[in-house]
Design a protein around this ligand. Sequence first.
Ligand SMILES: [Fe+2]
Ligand SMILES: [Fe+2]
Length: 416
Amino acid sequence: MYLERTERLRTGDVVAQSIRALDGTVLLAEGTRLDERLISTLVRRGIPAVQLRDGLADDIVPERVVSDETRSRTAVSLKRVISGLQQRTLAATTDDAASPTGVEETARRLGDRPLPLSEQEQRDLEGLQRGIESIVDEILDGGAIGSLTSLKSHSDYTFQHSVDVAITSTLLAHLIGLPRAELRTLALGAALHDLGKTYIDLTILDKPGALDPEERREIERHPRLGFELVKRLPLPSILPAHIALQHHERQDGTGYPNGLDGTNAVMRSTAERLDRQRMLLVAEICAVADVHSALSSDRPYRPGMPPERVQAILEDMAGPHLNTEIVTLFLAGVPLYTAGTWVELAGGSADGWRGVVVTSRSSSLDRPVVRVLVGPDGRVARRPEELDLEHHPEILIRGLPPGDPLPERSMEPASN
Ligand SMILES: [Fe+2]
Ligand SMILES: [Fe+2]
């Protein structure tokens, strides 16, 4: 199977993996043959890409660090919590909430006490905490092998992005060695990190080009607004609110909203721990996970970046922006290419060939086993071979963006 951009779908294409709405209901079942009507439905719903059968690697199931079931359950609870909160608090948010005084005014209107939740809202919040618990369980049980991102549909992007950030943050904190209770607090904060964003106009959030200064100010209010809301939720810790507040701060002090800074290290002295100018470790972890998710996700206006491009950008951002030690741990602990990823090989006997990752291993993170399928001339191998790149150091590998593996959709068998 391979991932195809929705705008390139054709009548007759067969769906390889069911497409689900956020609540888990199946929009298109696996095996559905697409027609004009179904394709326009996918376009209308803003689904950026679809897994299609190609008759080549349909048996390779993409690995995920956390099951789709847990992802979907957590995303639904999160959406319920956020929608409930929005109805309750919209009246309190001022029109001028983009300015710091506007956020302060909103906070004043919300009052000092925890928000009084209805029974339903309380149940939704408990549902979210159960979802978080499952994420932590699955990561502690399963380790780091598998994809960290999910397929996202447009209108639900913020919720699915938030769940991805919760998963990646938990995995990072586990790699760092934080205890279970901290993983739970961090995952909850990461799930709620962009709560303030759900109060911002979608036309600004999804704008593909550069933002004007006013739009930028509008976006930059979301950490403060998120902080004011999360701290009024009946949660066992204040840390999730601080994660929402600090996730856009940077190591060199140029982030927002408070220009906090960091020392690019995981360990910190007691003095640093008490320093109010210093970013919290949990917020630094969330910042790395946030950037990783944003770069690797498919959006309606651009496909997700291939893994080595994401890696290069994370490496560039380590130091001035992201905590270097956390980025290093991440790149050293998470496989670059996971099962189901289409890749292109260069060098040796496989020069110019394309194929699909069959397995990735924690022992050799950037050298997976690849089933070699499509030749440099676009022809498909008659008897595909599996190459273990660990044993072929001369072969280079790079990820392919959606739709690239078979540019001509040439399915003619090659003569080899
Ligand atoms: Fe954010
Ligand atoms: Fe985010």
